[in-house]
Design a protein around this ligand. Structure first.
Ligand code: UDP
Ligand code: MG
Length: 336
């Protein structure tokens, strides 16, 4: 337990996965910005199973300045889960989520605070320009956000990431949501409240490399779509109707051609193509069901979202209270 624990006004939460080159600079920039504005803050660093010296550096930062607080996961649980843990442990009246790699400039936090003090409960940062990203990333990201807005009920503002400020009210609601496949930027819009955006230029990564290879990006995109939309599941029905309609036309056409003595549909190629086509569609539909089924399976297992090996600098009751919601208590007959 930490006797000197002081509840901050503002919690800055940064997920960290192998960012040893960045941490001291992150701390320096956050401290410089917020101290300069006279804010009372804490920096919650979540070590998402880094294999480099990140945790050691975090511990040193914590030792030098107790406003730096550290959550150390038992292994890598993923970016979205790390953000969740940070928001669980953060005690501020407002919580800011920021990438550790300084692509989200800490100076923007001041603009967010200003909006928050005006009465907004969620202030997200909109990228008006992104530096140092590949065209592939820019293109896929822009496509993805337009797609998800089209097919889901949540209106995720275009070109926003996880960089955002959330009022305590929003954080408390989010803490109740314990979905395993979480798409935080969607959830924080889904909860509602008074929302607004501030514009910023997304900088290049300060050092190191992206921790989001294509494989993880695809998973992330799928999580986003499946958590807010059933449309992919319904696609099988639509395609079924379309293909059934086409085949009825095909049948009629064949009969007419046959009756008029044409040889157009002799041979096996056309049969084979049709069968393979339907086979492909069926496998794709099964795969889509599989995506949902796997996610349902993961949700019903109700495993904790993350496992904390140690937490540095938090009040004891914070640690206990912030434990992930436990599964439903066993029913009486299960115990008997
Ligand atoms: N990150 C994490 N766990 C992971 C992957 C990434 O905590 O499994 C963190 C990473 O350290 C960074 C943030 O999430 O602070 C965003 O990752 P990154 O900058 O690599 O993504 P990009 O900006 O390239 O999309
Ligand atoms: Mg980044």
């Amino acid at each position: 337990m930490n006797k000197n624990y002081e509840r901050p006004t503002l919690s800055i939460v940064a997920p960290v996965f192998n960012e040893e080159l960045i941490l001291p600079e992150l701390y320096r920039r956050v401290a410089e910005t917020l101290d300069g504005a006279g804010e009372n803050w804490e920096l919650v660093l979540v070590n998402d199973g880094s294999s480099d010296r990140s945790f050691k550096i975090m511990s040193e930062l914590h030792a030098a300045d107790p406003r730096v607080r550290v959550i150390n996961f038992s292994r890598n649980f993923g970016h979205q889960i790390a953000i969740t843990a940070g928001a669980d442990y953060a005690q501020g009246d407002a919580v800011v989520i920021i990438d550790a790699d300084l692509q989200d400039p800490p100076a923007v936090i001041l603009e967010m605070i200003a909006k928050w003090r005006e009465g907004y409960e969620l202030v997200y940062a909109v990228r008006k320009q992104r530096k140092g990203e590949t065209w592939f990333k820019l293109f896929t990201a822009s496509f993805f956000y337009r797609l998800i807005n089209r097919i889901t009920g949540v209106r995720i503002p275009l070109d926003t990431g996880d960089f955002r400020l959330m009022d305590r009210k929003v954080v408390d609601v989010l803490r109740e949501i314990r979905e395993y496949h979480r798409f935080m930027r969607g959830l924080s819009v889904w909860v509602g409240f008074k929302q607004t955006g501030v514009h910023y230029v997304r900088e290049e990564r300060f050092a190191g490399e992206t921790k989001y290879p294509l494989r993880k990006m695809l998973r992330f995109a799928l999580d986003g779509i499946t958590s807010f939309s059933h449309l992919p599941l319904q696609l099988a029905t639509y395609m079924g109707f379309i293909i059934a309609g086409l085949s009825v036309i095909g049948i009629i056409l064949t009969i007419i051609l046959r009756l008029s003595g044409s040889q157009a549909f002799l041979g096996q190629a056309s049969t084979l193509v049709a069968v393979l086509f339907i086979g492909g569609i069926q496998l794709i539909s099964l795969g889509i069901i599989g995506e949902y089924l796997g996610r349902i399976y993961n949700e019903v297992k109700r495993r904790p979202l993350y496992i904390v090996r140690e937490a540095l600098g938090f009040a004891a009751e914070v640690e206990t209270a912030a434990r992930p919601a436990s599964p439903l208590p066993p029913s009486a007959d299960a115990v008997a």
